[in-house]
Design a protein around this ligand. Structure first.
Ligand SMILES: Cc1cc2nc3c(=O)[nH]c(=O)nc-3n(C[C@H](O)[C@H](O)[C@H](O)COP(=O)(O)OP(=O)(O)OC[C@H]3O[C@@H](n4cnc5c(N)ncnc54)[C@H](O)[C@@H]3O)c2cc1C
Length: 386
């Protein structure tokens, strides 16, 4: 048995990499355990980019956290001499009958964020790539954009190692158990380690550790692709924003051209194909491309060039689509970070702070009550075991 650590982080993806960095920055003895390589494509964080929106229609509780996350991505980019956040503006476009614009507008008003409401004609005038029915509406928020997700994982993990963190890639965690002295014992396929506390951030594998979350944290297969536009100039930065599109065909999103020869588009988001991350079909299938072309052909026809790449990824959704950030019932020295219902990466930087606070008995400066596990039936949840 090695010397005890202050904190062991299980899973070095989006949440785990930010946590090991933040803990090491605070001078903690930290061990990060990752079953695959650092920067792999088996979980929820690959595919280069993730959107960051500040007009957060998912709920007001998220806005203080996303504002801090936005600030941290900027600071970390400057600190690591790279860019982790690209500000392009975000445009949320919806079909009639949904209140997403109103909820986004409320978030902007409450937190004094700049925004514009646009009708379909104004959107198409400003961004000629879009072809929209005339009763569609949009909310533009100029501070949003995208986070370089894979670069963020690589950069923060490297910084954590440089600050003294131990990172073990290709080491699979099998079990977490309490120690007699109030800490946590983590057993892997290669060894056993002890720490005062642990952060459990295994992304879509969460139910393998917390079986009673089965049916509550459900992984879904998702796809995204890069399409070479027929008219690339319409999708250049400045001419085209990062966007979400809620339309009858589903929920789609995408980014302006950012160096990749293709336009990145994902969706239909929330297409519900439940999966197990250990048996997921990771090869793409014809219907994956068809699903994305269903959006492009009608709403972004100038993007309908060849598909240069299509990738499979995993969302892990809760019934209310909110996060889980909590202590493990029966083992409060283990902090659980959920994979965040398909909208979590933008928060990874602030989650590093929040999870580090919780793991070291500090109180994070946010209302985390909407993210407690006991909101699901109040049923007691079992302790971790794989
Ligand atoms: C297609 C797609 C598009 C998305 N778009 C957006 C977006 O635009 N904006 C946004 O904010 N969010 C978005 N999300 C959501 C966001 O990407 C996720 O919320 C986030 O990546 C989750 O990070 P994580 O650290 O929880 O999971 P991961 O990054 O998957 O990390 C979990 C890690 O735990 C490791 N692990 C698991 N089990 C073990 C074990 N037994 N032992 C050791 N290690 C283990 C895994 O290998 C993995 O590295 C999107 C997700 C997908 C799939």
């Amino acid at each position: 048995m090695s010397k005890p650590y202050d904190v062991i982080v299980v899973g070095i993806g989006g949440m785990g990499s930010a946590s090991v960095y933040e803990l090491a920055r605070r001078g903690k003895r930290v061990l990060g355990l990752e079953r695959y390589d650092i920067g792999h494509a088996m979980g929820s964080s690959h595919g280069e980019t993730r959107m960051i929106r500040l007009a957060y229609f998912e709920g007001q509780s998220y806005v203080p956290m996303v504002l801090r996350a936005h600030q941290l991505w900027k600071e970390w980019g400057a600190r690591f001499n790279t860019s982790l956040l690209e500000v392009t503006g975000t445009l949320d476009i919806i079909e009639p009958g949904l209140d997403i614009i109103e909820r986004g507008e409320q978030a902007c008003k409450t937190y004094d964020l700049p925004y514009e409401l646009l009708d379909a004609a104004a959107i198409m005038n400003r961004h000629p790539a879009f072809v929209l029915p005339k009763d569609y509406r949009g909310l533009f928020q100029p501070d949003g954009g995208y986070v370089m997700s894979e670069r963020a994982i690589m950069t923060t993990t490297a910084a954590a190692i440089d600050l003294g963190a131990e990172i073990h890639p290709r080491e699979r965690v099998l079990d977490l158990a309490p120690t007699a002295w109030g800490g946590v014992r983590v057993t892997t396929d290669l060894g056993t380690y002890e720490a005062g506390s642990a952060i459990l951030s295994p992304g879509p594998w969460i139910t393998k550790f917390v079986p009673s979350l089965a049916g509550v944290a459900q992984p879904y297969r998702q796809v995204f692709g890069w399409f070479r536009p027929l008219k690339p100039e319409l999708f250049a930065r400045g001419a085209f924003p990062s966007f979400t599109l809620k339309i009858p065909e589903g929920h789609y999103y995408g980014f302006p051209l950012y160096g990749h020869p293709g336009l990145k588009v994902g969706g239909p988001h929330h297409g519900r194909e439940a999966c197990d991350p250990d048996t997921l079909i990771r090869d793409n299938r014809p219907k994956d491309e068809e699903g994305m072309r269903a959006c492009l052909s009608r709403y972004l026809p100038a993007a309908m060039g060849p598909a240069l790449a299509i990738k499979v990824c995993i969302y892990t959704m809760t019934p209310d689509e909110d996060f889980i950030i909590d202590r493990l019932p029966g083992m409060p020295q283990v902090v659980v970070a959920s994979p965040c219902s398909g909208h979590g990466f933008k928060f990874a930087s602030v989650m590093g702070e929040i999870l580090s606070d919780l793991a070291t008995n500090n109180t994070p400066p946010y209302d985390l009550s909407p993210f407690r596990m006991d909101r699901f039936n109040g049923s007691p949840l079992s302790s971790a075991s794989l």
